[in-house]
Design a protein around this ligand. Structure first.
Ligand SMILES: [Zn+2]
Ligand SMILES: [Zn+2]
Length: 342
């Protein structure tokens, strides 16, 4: 099969790779689209450790082309999105249902072979069928949405809360949409990017804060009667916004630390946990049940994934696609995807 191979840092080639086998409990998926996620770019750029050389990619949709003999959950022709994680099913964490922190699995395209390929074989429990009306490209965002559902599910509450969302990339926009759907009394979208603030408004943000022009901490306090937000969701994964979250959350409130931050963050106020009586909640990817929720939210029209894909590249141009995303896109970029088949 044809596939991309990350040979070494920042060097990707496209060529022949062995076809995947088909164990009895696996489905063979013909890949339609695989998105270029920030994590893929971090791996490509050598900023995140990975088992290189390998086929990169983890946000993938496609069509079930063949099923192993014991498969009952999927059938040939199903349009599916893949769990970005492969898990063993038997370790300490998997038996507790926490497949996201499996001791022996990992992220496709980082610890295990990825999805920038014509075919991939996955356990039948690692693929989720989605409705016909969602395009393959848009459906790659189910991978983002399931992580957002998991993160917000861990919040003490969303209904009635004043929620600030820091960063309005594709994940931030999904957090904005989901917080609104979940009954937040107001959602405050914060980013430096003015055009993303306009998109956030269209997706349900009640208030927008242009972080490049005003002090976002002051702005969020002003919008919350001087108290601070009940829930702050950090999606940018930047040291600056991670520290801002501590300053703009109200005493007794909670921070959802969703973005993958740098290894160390200077400036986190060590005494805030005590004096502000804070709850800080991390989350890593999500659980299979969050895919079911994500797909229902889109199937019922409560969350819209279609506007999130702004750029398409062919598999042969994957190196250019990564360079484009790494350079920050073209000033109107949310998600770039690699189209592999239809
Ligand atoms: Zn991703
Ligand atoms: Zn496991």
């Amino acid at each position: 099969m044809k596939a991309a191979l990350l040979e070494k840092t920042r060097v990707m080639s496209v060529g022949d790779q062995p076809d995947p086998g088909l164990p009895a409990d696996h489905a063979l998926v013909r890949v339609a689209t695989s998105a270029i996620c920030g994590t893929d770019v971090s791996i490509w750029a050598g900023k995140m450790p990975a088992r290189i050389p390998l086929i990169p990619g983890h946000e993938c949709t496609g069509t079930v082309e063949q099923v192993g003999e014991s498969v009952t959950r999927l059938k040939v022709g199903d349009r599916v999105v893949l769990n970005p994680l492969s898990s063993c099913g038997t370790c300490f964490y998997c038996v507790r249902g926490l497949t996201n922190i499996c001791l022996h699995g990992g992220l496709r395209g980082r610890e295990v072979p990825g999805t920038f390929a014509e075919y991939i074989a996955v356990r039948e429990t690692e693929a989720f069928a989605f409705p016909e009306h969602v395009s393959f490209a848009a459906a790659t965002n189910f991978v983002g949405l399931y992580t957002v559902v998991y993160s917000q599910r861990k919040a003490p509450y969303i209904a009635g809360a004043r929620v600030a969302v820091l960063g309005q990339g594709s994940s931030g926009l999904l957090h904005t949409q989901l917080a609104k759907v979940s009954g937040a009394s107001s959602v405050i979208a914060v980013t430096r990017s003015k055009w993303k603030l306009e998109v956030a408004k269209e997706m349900g943000a009640d208030e927008i804060v242009p972080a490049g022009e005003v002090d976002p901490v002051e702005a969020v306090r002003d919008l919350t009667d001087g108290l601070g937000a009940d829930i702050v969701i950090e999606t940018a994964g930047a040291a600056e916004t991670m520290v801002q979250a501590y300053d703009m959350v109200r005493p007794g409130g909670a921070i959802l630390q969703f973005g993958i931050g740098p290894a160390q963050v200077d400036g986190v106020p060590g005494q805030a946990y005590y004096f502000k009586d804070l709850t800080v909640i991390g989350s890593r990817a999500g659980l299979p049940e969050d895919f079911e929720s994500a797909i229902r939210l889109v199937a019922t029209g409560q969350i819209d994934l279609e506007p999130l894909v702004t750029h398409h590249f062919a598999l042969d141009d994957i190196q250019a696609g990564f360079e484009f995303v790494d350079a920050g896109g073209d000033g109107g970029t949310l998600r770039a995807v690699i189209d592999i088949a239809n």
